[in-house]
Design a protein around this ligand. Structure first.
Ligand code: ADP
Ligand code: MG
Length: 314
């Protein structure tokens, strides 16, 4: 009994966010339709789903930018909306929009924001310079915002989110629209933050990003959770095996042999089978070479669970 109470206390202490039957409506439209999840201290937790799935709405409720319609949402063990003011000091948010002041320099933007976040005056300069260095922006310290590339602005928003050394870092589509080099740089920084013991909540519509960064994730679609677990477990449970991608013209529309799963989207036909050998033999049967052969991944999980192309609204 005592041990049970201790375990409960421990799990409450290590839980930074918990949602139960959380809902959010805009007028008649239900954007979040009753979701349950929790985020544990020290993990990188992902909300994955296509545009319009409800990811930003959940994030906005977590940092108190918008109230929930019903259900429970606790952040640091208190109702998220009631504690939003206090939570500002413990949360760092990379919002989907950069919202930087274009009339100020990089340093001035960060100075004003660190004042707003309550970073002590004598610590501000070192903190800003340290973070500009961390995100490879020191050379732009005195540049105007409009002289920065899209990738630099995104990295600067990261700097801004970290100024007050928050416990929970929320990243809303941190790499959408960025080129691969910047994306990889940001992934490296997210990993470093997690290795430092920070808790991270990340939304993305890039399956690969979730696979690379997240310890655990929810896959969402139209305001609901369609699957939950580690990337490995999700693949093992929902889409085990290997996938061959074929050109549409090489696979008849009615093609659905036993033991194979078939998903189609505008870029091709994806055939999944338990063993690589099955796919190698399939090439002979179809008299066509696969465009690529690979282990199944989260994209296949998503296609299976929703039957839709992930980026159709992108
Ligand atoms: P995601 O971040 O997954 O792309 P959002 O949470 O931004 O999705 O949006 C979920 C749904 O709620 C979308 O259909 C969107 O159009 C709608 N929505 C978001 N914000 C508002 C709002 N302020 N008023 C009305 N509808 C909204
Ligand atoms: Mg969004």
């Amino acid at each position: 009994m005592l041990k049970c109470a201790q375990n409960l206390r421990y799990s409450l202490r290590s839980m930074l966010v918990s949602a139960k039957n959380l809902k959010k409506s805009y007028g008649d439209f239900e954007a979040v339709r009753g979701v349950d999840f929790s985020i544990q201290k020290g993990e990188c937790f992902g909300l994955l789903g296509p545009n319009g799935a409800g990811k930003s709405t959940i994030i906005n409720m977590i940092y108190g930018a918008t109230p929930k319609s019903s259900g429970e949402l606790h952040v640091f063990n208190r109702d998220s909306f009631d504690s939003a003011r206090d939570n500002k000091k413990r949360l760092g948010v990379v919002t989907q929009d950069n919202a930087l002041d274009e009339s100020l320099t990089v340093f001035e933007n960060m100075w004003i924001y660190s004042a707003f976040l309550g970073v002590p005056t004598d610590k501000r300069r070192a903190r800003i310079d340290g973070l500009l260095e961390f995100l490879n922006l020191s050379h732009k310290r005195n540049a105007n915002i409009n002289a920065l590339s899209g990738g630099m602005k995104r990295r600067l928003v990261f700097v801004r989110a970290l100024l007050h050394d928050p416990e929970l870092i929320i990243l809303d589509e941190p790499t959408t629209g960025l080129d691969p080099a910047v994306r990889h740089l940001i992934w490296g920084k997210v990993r470093e933050l997690r290795d430092q013991g920070k808790t991270i909540l990340l939304t993305t519509h890039y399956m690969h990003e979730a696979e690379v960064l997240c310890d655990r994730l929810l896959i969402m679609n139209e305001g609901q959770i369609v699957a939950e677990g580690s990337p490995k477990l999700l693949c093992k449970t929902h889409a085990p095996g290997y996938v061959a991608a074929f050109d549409q013209k090489n696979v008849p529309l009615e093609f659905a042999p036993d033991g194979f799963s078939v998903a189609r989207d505008s870029s091709g036909v994806y055939v999944r089978a338990p063993q690589l050998d099955d796919l190698l033999r399939l090439q002979f049967d179809l008299k066509a070479e696969a465009l690529l052969l690979r282990p199944a991944n989260l994209e296949d999980v998503f296609l299976k669970l929703t039957g839709q192309e992930l980026n159709k609204n992108a």
